[in-house]
Design a protein around this ligand. Structure first.
Ligand SMILES: [Zn+2]
Length: 167
């Protein structure tokens, strides 16, 4: 009698397969979430470093501005009242005697506050820009913040102010 080969019955343990897929899925989702949080934190840190860099970089450029704040944000040191000042330190020496610069130079110590994180005394940097420019009305905005180059932390030193004209 010839034996006919029969296919072996394949048993699929469906509940176990499903469970192992679920388990693996949970592990990957958890790992993905952790990585996403890391990416979000890195993005925030990168953003803070760029913001701190820009504040210090553009402090040294503000003296060149003919129309400060009209075409984007500008950064100023301020006096104790939070009013914009330009100090010699912020201007290359060869320009100290330029008429337009000389008139605006103030040789006073700028307003400083402590970084709440590392307690270093740092200048309060004021941003100034036209934030609205439309027929229905203009808006100019000032903010006062401490930009810590050690902690990359930006702390508000005073409530921002807005005005419907240059101020
Ligand atoms: Zn700090």
């Amino acid at each position: 009698m010839t034996q006919i080969a029969t296919e072996r019955k394949v048993v699929i343990p469906v509940p176990e397969v499903l469970q192992s897929l679920k388990d693996r899925h949970s592990v990957l989702v958890a790992s993905f979430k952790t990585k996403q949080e890391e990416v979000t934190k890195l993005e925030q840190d990168i953003g803070s470093i760029v913001a701190v860099y820009n504040a210090y970089y553009f402090l040294k450029k503000v003296w060149e501005q003919k129309d400060p704040g009209k075409n984007g944000v500008v950064y100023f040191l301020t006096d104790a009242f939070g009013l914009a000042i330009i100090t010699k330190e912020m201007v290359p020496q060869e320009h100290w005697e330029d008429k337009s610069v000389r008139e605006r130079l103030r040789d006073i110590p700028p307003w400083c506050e402590k970084c709440p994180n590392c307690h270093e005394r740092l200048p309060v940097i004021m941003t100034y820009e036209q934030t609205e420019d439309s027929p229905s009305g203009d808006e100019w905005t000032k903010t006062w913040k401490i930009y810590c180059p050690k902690c990359y932390r930006i702390t508000q030193a005073r409530e921002p102010k807005t005005c419907d004209h240059r101020f």
